[in-house]
Ligand binder design. Structure first.
Ligand code: AHG
Ligand code: MN
Ligand code: MN
Length: 336
């Protein structure tokens, strides 16, 4: 019997290098570095429950690294890997107050990409063995190569993204990414540490039956959002919908992309801009969504068109199947 041979991520990166708009191999190297960091973090996430056990058995490294909180550890691993390989000129992370300049004092380094990351997404799920993720976003710098990166290089609208992706550390570990030419998903075979192309050309169904929102915040939502939630729950064409909320954006998004659905983190009377961060969470997920025939909005305009003003800026977020995002926008606009 013939067995189907799936492409590895390494093979896929090499094959697709030529299709990047400004192909010099630099972006391929960068995605390779992310692939490596993802495997390291995956290993840490998988043994998270063992940390205390190993700790008391004395099986801890000298720096006591495995006692670190996993989101700090993931942050360190991604930053270290990207720094060591000298392939980016700057990194901004949800876990760092300010952006990091890399080798930018040294004009021999001609790196042109900056990376923005949410190293561990869904941190409230770490201690309870529920899926978490990593989100990354890549831009070309706007200031000249060979000079130190500035804030301007990071505060670009999402439409300028060159690549974006996420890793979901779930029942299996997957890396899903886009370089602006569709979305592809790769599943890790943990026995040999290789990612295989398992989900080529991922697409959001046009519409779906799942809505994902923290309904504990319901009373604080605007009337438009409340009305949309009621609409999801009413009898109607294909309704009521079903509610699914993991509390890890990466996992909720991943499920909705496969099954059809909408993820919402609206503004509320407690948080005037919602909770999610534009640069580390919303922009990369919005880019992936649009590349997969989905849609992402702050309720009134496309996420990717927002001009960022601060590194850690938050925005309301509605993302998923196109028709569902359009519907919630209608409800919001009616009540404006
Ligand atoms: P992070 O762990 O990076 O801070 O992000 C958590 C985010 C997102 O992943 C998730 O969907 C949302 O926060 C959950 O927030 P609530 O607990 O307020 O619902
Ligand atoms: Mn997050
Ligand atoms: Mn995080």
């Amino acid at each position: 019997m013939q067995t189907k041979k799936n492409k590895t991520l390494g093979e896929f990166i090499i094959e697709n290098q030529g299709s990047f708009q400004y192909s010099s191999g630099e972006l391929s190297k960068l995605i390779n570095a992310i692939r490596l960091a993802a495997k390291v973090v995956n290993h840490e996430v998988n043994k998270a429950g063992l940390v205390d056990i190993l700790g008391t058995a004395g099986d801890v490294n000298i720096q006591g690294e495995n006692q670190q909180k996993l989101d700090v550890l993931a942050n360190d691993k991604f930053i270290q890997t990207l720094k060591n390989r000298e392939i980016v000129c700057g990194i901004a992370s949800e876990e760092e107050d300010d952006f990091i300049k890399i080798n930018s004092h040294d004009e021999r380094h001609q790196n042109k990409y900056v990376v923005l990351i949410d190293p561990l997404d869904g941190s409230s799920n770490i201690d309870v063995n529920v899926s978490v993720g990593t989100i990354f976003s890549i831009y070309r710098r706007v200031t000249p190569v060979g000079t130190p990166v500035t804030l301007e290089d990071f505060l670009q609208p999402g439409n300028n993204q060159v690549a974006a992706g996420y890793i979901v550390y779930g029942t299996s570990t997957m890396l899903v990414y886009t370089t602006g030419d569709g979305v592809n998903g790769f599943t890790l075979n943990p026995a040999i540490g290789t990612f295989y192309l398992s989900h080529p050309n991922m697409q959001f169904p046009e519409t779906g039956k799942i809505y994902s929102v923290n309904e504990g915040n319901y009373v604080h939502f605007s009337q438009g959002v409340k009305d949309y939630i009621k609409y999801c729950q009413e009898e109607g064409k294909g309704r009521p919908y079903t509610s699914r909320y993991i509390g890890s954006l990466v996992s909720d998004f991943h499920r909705n992309m496969i099954k059809g659905g909408i993820y919402m983190y609206p503004k509320s009377s407690k948080a005037s801009d919602g909770k999610l961060r534009l640069l580390y969470e919303c922009n990369p997920m919005a880019f992936i969504a649009e590349q997969a025939n989905g849609k992402a909005s702050n309720g009134t305009k496309p996420i990717l068109e927002i001009i960022p003003t601060e590194l850690h800026q938050r925005v309301p977020f509605f993302c998923g199947s196109k028709k569902m995002v359009e519907k919630v926008e209608t409800f919001i606009n009616e009540k404006k």
